[in-house]
Ligand binder design. Sequence first.
Ligand code: PBG
Ligand code: ZN
Length: 325
Amino acid sequence: MSIPVPTYRPRRLRKNATIRNLVKETYLSVDDLIYPLFIIEGTGIREEISSMPGVFRVSPDKLSAEIDELKELGINSVILFGIPAVKDSVGSAGYDDDGIVQQAIRVIKAHTPDLYVITDVCLCEYTDHGHCGIVLADGTVDNDSTLELLAREAVSHAKAGADMVAPSDMMDGRVAAIRYALDEAGFQTIPIMAYSAKYSSAYYGPFRDAADSAPSFGDRKTYQMDIANSEEALREVATDIDEGADIVMVKPGLAYLDVVRRVKDNFSYPVCVYNVSGEYSMVKAAALAGWVDEERLMMETMIAFKRAGADMIITYPAKDVARWI
Ligand code: PBG
Ligand code: ZN
């Protein structure tokens, strides 16, 4: 018996790093990274989030040191999340011109005007019930009355100096409502990054610890997407683009790479992927136990996002990734 000799030998192009680099298809740059920042009301606060080692809640007075570190690492964009001192049923702190995110934007812009500031636009960080919209007497989340508040929040962020707003609430019609309100207020040049395919996911657990925003009753399944669907993701993205979204997002990331690819292939729009809190905590926990190689695992994850078609990545390990690139 003679074993046939292979004609195509992929290993020819894997012989050493030089040839591997010549045929490499996917690259990651620090320009692709967006760093999430949790801003907490108060002074002198920089506290680690217990379920997210290495991620901190910081008060506005502690922000400049944080920003300096990011700039030194070459990270030029952040997305802000607010943790207000007081929450109420309608999330007033979210659209208060002196709210925590609005304060943070002003601090950042005074310190480092060229840092690109994106803001998360949602009510769940500011409502006492933890839902992303107005809750009616029967416990349902009301779509249309929420739109007005989201629009006010987005305009308030823009007035404070935000460069881009990112609605994460998943109400129907919110991109149109926000676009209309921004334009009316003279912010025609402020883009909208829509959390378009945002799933109702267990991967958000650590974030909800961080922002103290877990719903006090029920879940988010009446507004966030069913994890089983990807055709629906395309309809969500199409609708958001139609309503004026400039960038569309898929969230979470790793378990939804198929959705990232479908969105990239179906729309000629920039795609952001959100590498969410639970994805971070899983890697961190395993790394702290010594079970995985943290650097290799994190970098493999980043490349996977780019390979799937993401143009940009919101990610908690952004600072480490910037060092490792
Ligand atoms: C607010 C919001 C959430 C996240 C981003 N914006 C929480 C949620 O929808 O429950 C999750 C981010 C993460 O888990 O890292 N709606
Ligand atoms: Zn929310």
